[in-house]
Design a protein around this ligand. Structure first.
Ligand code: HEM
Ligand code: HEM
Length: 189
């Protein structure tokens, strides 16, 4: 596993190229997904063709994200993350560990609740390109709708955590020398 060395000479281990690939792929897809969700749900007119199309994009991209996240989690469970740099205090390491776990939990539960949200309208869910996937069974129109509302609440909590995550990551790139710098970049910065 490649290492990164900070200005103080402390060595830290880096994430693998595949882990970095999955991280940046999911980050791009999720950012695009926040935009499609915001557009179809908040901006485009109810009943308009544009809203229907944007919602089809939202469902399709969301299911794709769920698949990418499952692959990513599989890879992560087979190849554990590099240890946190030893020059970071224990509380910071534990905060990072639980923060990352929470991000993974959101990455699963947000698309799942979205999927359930559209599962009360029949046995199948229509995606773009004429693709249909089975609806998640056990939900009628009302219960699916309630979970859909919960999906939106979860999205806001997810965005709040993502903002904290990005600031925490960028902190390692500021003036303070940090051995955590560059651990998720595909090549040495
Ligand atoms: C939707 C957006 C994002 C999601 C869902 C996400 C999720 C995650 C997760 C789950 C980890 C832990 C990886 C593991 O241990 O397996 C991680 C690590 C990391 N992320 Fe993100 N991330 C996102 C965006 C970003 C952005 C925009 C940046 C940069 C500004 C960033 C920088 C990092 C860095 C540097 C690490 C490694 C932290 C370390 O050194 O331990 N992430 N991210
Ligand atoms: C990581 C994946 C996902 C993200 C980040 C996401 C994000 C969003 C956002 C930002 C909104 C609008 C929130 C607002 O109005 O303020 C939304 C609404 C919605 N999303 Fe998602 N979504 C994801 C996955 C999915 C999936 C997989 C589906 C369905 C297959 C889905 C179905 C819906 C539905 C039905 C709504 C409207 C809910 C309602 O009317 O109460 N989403 N989502």
């Amino acid at each position: 596993m490649a290492t990164v060395m900070n200005e103080m000479g402390v060595q830290g281990k880096r994430y693998s190229a595949l882990a970095a690939f999955y991280h940046w792929l999911s980050a791009i897809l999720i950012t695009a997904q926040l935009w499609t969700g915001y557009m179809f749900h908040k901006v485009l007119e109810r009943g308009s063709e544009a809203r229907g199309e944007m919602m089809a994009w939202h469902k399709t991209l969301g299911v794709l994200i769920l698949l990418v996240v499952l692959l990513r989690l599989g890879q992560r469970l087979m190849k554990p993350a590099p240890e946190f740099p030893s020059d970071h205090p224990a509380w910071e390491q534990s905060l990072a560990k639980w923060g990352h776990r929470a991000l993974y939990a959101f990455m699963l539960i947000v698309p799942l609740t979205g999927y359930i949200g559209v599962s009360g309208r029949g046995p199948e869910v229509e995606l773009l390109g004429g693709i249909t996937i089975p609806a998640i069974p056990g939900f009628d129109k009302d219960s699916a709708h309630e979970i859909g509302e919960f999906h939106v609440i979860l999205v806001y909590a997810f965005v709040a955590l993502l903002i904290v995550h990005v600031f925490a990551a960028l902190r390692h790139h500021g003036d303070r020398p940090s051995s955590a710098r560059g651990r998720m970049w595909p090549s040495r910065p």
